[in-house]
Design a protein around this ligand. Sequence first.
Ligand code: EPZ
Length: 420
Amino acid sequence: MDKFIIKGGVKLSGELNASGSKNSVLPIMVATLLTTGRSVIKNVPDVDDVKHMIKVLEYLGAKVTFKRNTLLIDVPSKVGYVAPYDFVRKMRASYYVMGSLIGRKGKVDASLPGGCAIGERPIDLHLKGFKELGCDIKLEKGYVKARCKKLKGKEMFLEGSKGTSVGATINVMMAAVKAEGKTIIKGAAVEPEVSDVARFLNSMGAKITGIDSPVLTIDGVEKLFPAEYSVIPDRIEAGTLLVSAAITGGELLLKKCNPGHMDAVLNKLKEIGFKLSIGENEIYIKSSRILKPVNIDVLPYPFFPTDMQAQFVSLLSLVDGISIVSENIFEKRFMHVPELLRMGANITIDSNKAIIKGVKKLLGAPVMASDLRASAALVLAALAAEGESEIKRIYHIDRGYESIEKKLRKLGAKIKRVEE
Ligand code: EPZ
């Protein structure tokens, strides 16, 4: 298992490119199973979750090559229909095979994902959507077994008690593109990753309208075709890199990003006091001496994303005054907080709120990463901290950030990867 050793206190500065979106490409990879032949996916981040999804596709019969951020996925005329526990246990997003295999074969056996470090994460909305399309769903020995003779388009409302669901919207949309007739998904998630998958499906011949809105209309088609597509930039990686410059008092010109997907995060950075200049595909951030605390309400897109919450908790722990961050999507997603406390942060958790009292400095310490974004938050805190930090279990960060230490080193960070 690798760990990072970070010597903090260097003001990061320089220029970087954002990578492609992990949360877009994972379902896009799976969507290729809806057809036979070779699809080409570009701007793919070289991260462990993509490598894992390649294994899932290969297990189901596809041939995949991955070079220089481009995936070639050859799907044969016969594909499997089982997603075993080991795949889904290692990466929840493996459950996207449910939507595409229901669409392709009307049949799937997929292991239930179970809980994870950021909370319970049920999949009731996914199953509700599949049932609406005419699937018979059974839960047996930890597996979802879905069977459907003929998928039929339907109007449905997919929002749950926690709001819209990215995963359920994508999964149900992937099945519905092959249903007979019209499906209308009301209460659809509007995250850019959902729209990216919808656009990829349309490039395969699907007929989805209402993209970017909470009402998706899908006119089912009989056949889809392989496609060539370029994935959108990763707005969460982009936000994390901006915070790396912000938290160390430095500056960064981030290129190949999509600022249009990052309004809530960019607004918060401005509100705190950072200077931003925003172009069509690039963002420049510069620190400022006067920073002020802010309150953040984490909510579905277009509001502040849960995947940037941990990184902002690190940032705000160094901003004088009291900031309150309310996590409304994954209410227990605060595993980074006890580790930040060990570095000298002053944060109290009150149910779904982190109450952060800014401290003058953080001190390097040995800490443990618990999930992808929590790991990013610890790296950011360590970059700003006085002295040396050791971050263990960084396999979490490798799941979703391409060459993170190389990118940070390019900005001057003193970060090295060490095998334990
Ligand atoms: C996606 O997870 C992302 N994962 C998450 O990113 C992200 O945090 C999340 O969306 C929210 O933006 C991928 O794209 C692979 P949801 P997902 O369904 O689809 C509840 C990262 O770090 N819910 O939108 O699982 C759920 O419990 C990861 O990159 C139900 O109640 O999230 C949550 O409270 C972590 N029933 C809320 O909805 C359901 O059937 C939103 O979850 C489904 C979800």
